[in-house]
Design a protein. Structure first.
Length: 277
């Protein structure tokens, strides 16, 4: 098999030599071998050039509003991308961006979805590594496309779950911001195995009225302190905020027995919210 390389006469092509070399390297990487026949290289280059304009179109969508990724129009644009690897790359970029934005309000939930996405990507790379290096040409391309499609579908499922998580505050009867504190209160209760209120499931969402009321109180304290001018740079105000939240937790019996670790983790969510909102 002849190792493919960019055309010698790069001056007769539209793309500069450096770009052609980069494409050649990318194709070798995606195929899992340094030996790629000329026909396979040409097919991949043609597909990549054909997709370039569509890729740029979708890239521009990444700069739009935070909620755009969850709209049907987003997926209509994404479905126009025929090259599986490009489509997966764009989806992952979109999701990472939204997870970063989500983490500014709800650090706990964002970490969960970040882990789910990274697990999907890790599994994708593991499957690609096990592609037989003896497979070649169209057979290898089809096997690779099948692996990419499976990763894409799994990433879409993670995105669907993230959308449900983001919108669940309405079912609970909280604001989007209050839901972040509700989540950490429930998670710490379960992690440290103490009793606090009772759970009921309504339309697929866990509702705990006691955690709900406490989350609202915590957010109310933050709102009051944030009304001070330049409060983020006023250490006295921030220290008072932390003290009032701790007092609020103790008065409401959360947790039932004093736990520095629980207070610390609640305050991590409070500080994350302070710094990003």
């Amino acid at each position: 098999m002849t190792s493919a390389s960019p055309p010698a006469s790069c001056t007769r092509t539209i793309l500069p030599c450096t770009v052609l070399h980069a494409i050649a390297g990318f194709v070798r990487k995606m195929s899992g071998t340094s030996d790629v026949d000329t026909d396979t290289m040409n097919r991949n280059v043609s597909r990549m050039v054909e997709e370039a304009l569509k890729y740029n179109q979708v890239e521009s969508i990444l700069d739009t509003g935070e909620e755009e990724i969850f709209q049907p129009e987003y997926f209509e644009k994404l479905s126009d991308i025929k090259m599986p690897a490009t489509k997966l790359e764009i989806l992952v970029k979109m999701m990472r961006k939204q997870i970063r934005e989500y983490s500014k309000v709800n650090q706990l939930a964002a970490k969960t979805f970040e882990q789910m996405l990274e697990d999907t990507i890790r599994a994708y790379h593991e499957r690609r590594k096990h592609l037989s290096i003896e497979e070649a040409g169209e057979a290898q391309e089809q096997a690779s496309d099948d692996i990419i499609k499976a990763a894409y579908d799994h990433a879409l499922e993670v995105l669907r779950q993230m959308k449900e998580s983001r919108e669940s505050f309405r079912k609970i009867g909280l604001t989007f911001e209050e839901k972040a504190f509700y989540d950490i209160l429930l998670a710490l209760r379960d992690q440290y195995d103490f009793e606090y209120g009772s759970d009921k499931e309504v339309d697929g969402v866990v509702i705990n009225d006691k955690c709900k009321a406490l989350a609202q109180k915590v957010k109310e304290i933050i709102d009051t302190k944030s009304s001070f001018a330049d409060w983020l740079n006023n250490q006295n105000v921030r220290n008072q905020l932390k003290l009032e939240i701790k007092i609020c937790l103790v008065k409401n019996g959360y947790p039932p027995q004093y736990s520095p670790e629980v207070f610390k983790k609640v305050m991590e969510q409070v500080e994350n919210f302070e710094e990003n909102n």
